[in-house]
Unconditional design. Structure first.
Length: 79
């Protein structure tokens, strides 16, 4: 309960124009996202090279390969 009140207080300071119902929905979404992240964390040991494609989407791999072939460095961004 204490953490929920702190979250709502912080959201109220960040978004003073929003109604309490909106702030509660935002907080609920954050907690839901955290729960999913924790569940995925415990799934990490089951990821293998064979099933990696089920967990990861790679875009722009051709740019990586081209840069490496030219001896250039690569900056990767993940989310």
């Amino acid at each position: 309960m204490k953490h929920r009140l702190i979250a709502l207080h912080n959201l109220r300071r960040a978004f003073p124009e929003k109604k309490m119902e909106e702030l509660m929905a935002i907080a609920k979404g954050v907690y839901r996202s955290e729960a999913i992240t924790i569940a995925e964390f415990f799934s990490l040991p089951s990821i293998t090279p064979r099933n990696l494609h089920e967990w990861v989407d790679v875009e722009g791999l051709e740019h990586y390969r081209e840069a490496i072939s030219r001896g250039k460095g690569v900056l990767s961004i993940v989310a």
